[in-house]
Design a protein around this ligand. Structure first.
Ligand code: UN1
Length: 523
């Protein structure tokens, strides 16, 4: 069978793509050399080569986006919604193939990769029909024969930068509402996952998105293209910037946006707590905790970090949790689709993970399991498939962790979790709120009073009752407080507020000069 070289079919069948930047609807090479996207599952597998873009590419993309804005912002919102609807249909048709590319590129398990494509489809479904709403208001005037109305107006060119762990779903949370509202986009995809980004853009173009509405500049991170891309904030390239990633980079972006009076959307780190009370369904809580801590190899901003156990159920919980952790299967998700988790996405994450072993030991926390990378030498029956050419980590459980420890306070991407034992609900809440972060959180209990208090007192932007910290639905407000963000939200109707500005229109049909607040007739 002939496979179009740059297609989901080819990429999911193991071929290497030669990808491009897409600027003004044209596939372009970059100013610099090329970067390689290698599979996290097996570094010998070359998924694609992409341009490494420089300053000129970023300027070119920003210019294309600014030019496309005039026509796109004047296109009726239901027509913009129809393009998004077609994009959702194309993603649905390509779902299995795109999921396979996600697994191949960043090592997410097939089940989770399918879930990620579904999250992008759900986003398209929601915003396709938002094109027929995008409501403004009519407001009564204090003066006769005058109508007051409000309109949502697009902001302009949006710069978009997101992490490698949800390389399709999270960019879709930003790009889809941005363009539905009439904005145009310059997107720098993660250099760990340019292939899935490129295939997403091809789907948008196949859906009929006009040239220049979404443009990509590929390339290296902070040392290369990423630097030029962010420099665009001070050059006035963007009227809006949306970022998902680390708190440190978020602060930098926030500062640059502040200087330029731009409101950024910042979705940053997390140190997500889960409280387990003695009246909880302990088996259910164990399942939720295992999934939240180790699913996606712990590489979600919503992953569970601090597991806070009431002393009356701590022993039973620990015993069941450790038995569950011992039974996890890990390894190569390309050949063994049923593993719980696969490799670390890149060597930077793996390095941070190795570092946390050292910090945890220095803290004096007790390592109940884990603490090493899986290799051919130390692998056991739980490890599936070929792992020699990827970064596969043992599931790590720390006990005796207290809020003053480094482990409790710092975000770690990777399959690791801290156990903390507390005396009562008050102490549990103090621990849960005892970090500077506030993204996701969870409580397991059957007690209505504690549930009510948790919902009110927890500082996190997202609170789960009797469920995992991960797995937000695609139409609920997603975002955090404290160091987890700047208070903006993604998804659902709430994200619209961050991609539009309210315009107040004052339309006087009286034929006189009428002034609010002033009782004078100058006419
Ligand atoms: C992220 O890790 O950046 O709620 C996003 C969840 C997913 C999204 C995570 N729907 O875990």
């Amino acid at each position: 069978m002939y496979l179009k070289p740059n297609s989901p079919a080819a990429a999911s069948a193991g071929k290497s793509l030669i990808g491009f930047n897409i600027i003004n609807g044209r596939e372009l090479e970059g100013d610099l050399s090329m970067i390689e996207s290698r599979s996290a599952v097996d570094k010998r597998d070359l998924v694609g080569v992409f341009p490494d873009s420089g300053e000129k590419d970023v300027a070119r993309a920003a210019k294309a986006a600014a030019e496309a804005f005039t026509t796109w912002s004047a296109t009726p919102a239901p027509v913009r919604g129809a393009v998004i609807q077609r994009a959702g249909q194309i993603l649905t048709e390509q779902k299995e193939k795109l999921a396979r590319v996600i697994t191949r590129e960043i090592g997410k398990t097939p089940r989770e990769a399918l879930g990620e494509v579904q999250e992008a489809i759900d986003t398209c479904t929601f915003f396709a029909s938002e094109g027929r709403r995008l409501y403004g208001q009519t407001v009564p005037s204090e003066l006769p024969d005058k109508s007051l109305t409000t309109y949502r107006r697009p902001v302009g060119v949006c710069g978009i930068l997101a992490a490698n762990n949800f390389p399709l779903a999270v960019p879709s949370w930003k790009i889809i509402p941005a363009i539905l509202c009439g904005n145009t986009v310059v997107w720098k995809p993660s250099d760990d996952a340019p292939t899935i980004a490129y295939l997403f853009l091809l789907a948008l173009m196949d859906a009929g998105l006009p040239p220049g509405v979404v443009n990509t500049v590929n390339g290296r991170g902070r040392a290369g293209c990423g630097k030029h891309f962010l420099a665009g904030i001070d050059k006035g390239f963007y009227q809006k910037f949306s970022f998902t990633g680390s708190t440190a980079v978020g602060r930098m972006i926030g500062e640059a946006c502040g200087r330029n009076l731009i409101i950024p959307s910042l979705e940053l780190g997390g140190k997500n707590p889960m409280i387990v009370m003695p009246d909880a369904d302990i088996d259910l809580a164990v399942k939720g905790a295992l999934w939240a801590a180790f699913g996606t190899a712990g590489q979600r901003c919503t992953s569970l970090a601090n597991l806070i156990l009431h002393e009356a159920c701590a022993a039973e919980f620990k015993q069941k949790f450790m038995a569950g952790a011992e039974a996890l299967e890990m390894g190569n998700p390309m050949t063994d689709p049923d593993v719980t988790y696969g490799p670390m996405i890149n060597s930077r994450f793996a390095e941070g993970f190795r570092e946390h072993w050292e910090k945890g030991r220095a803290d004096g926390a007790k390592l109940l399991s884990g603490g090493e990378q899986w290799t051919e030498a130390n692998r056991d029956g739980r490890v599936k498939g070929h792992i020699e050419h990827g970064l596969y980590m043992q599931p790590c459980v720390w006990d005796g962790v207290t809020p003053d420890m480094w482990l409790f306070q710092n975000e770690v991407f990777g399959p690791t979790v801290n156990l903390t034992t507390v005396k009562d609900f008050d102490e549990a809440m103090a621990c849960a709120n005892g970090t500077p972060y506030g993204l996701s959180s969870s409580l397991y209990t059957e007690n209505r009073h504690w549930v009510e208090r948790f919902k009110r007192e927890i500082k996190a932007g997202m609170a789960s009752i009797n469920n995992s910290t991960t797995g937000a639905e695609a139409h609920m407000p997603f975002g955090g407080n404290g160091w987890s963000g700047n208070g903006t939200r993604e998804s659902g109707m709430w994200v619209i507020d961050w991609y539009t500005r309210w315009q107040a229109v004052n339309d006087d049909a009286s034929g006189r000069l009428q002034l609010a607040q002033i009782e004078t007739d100058y006419g």
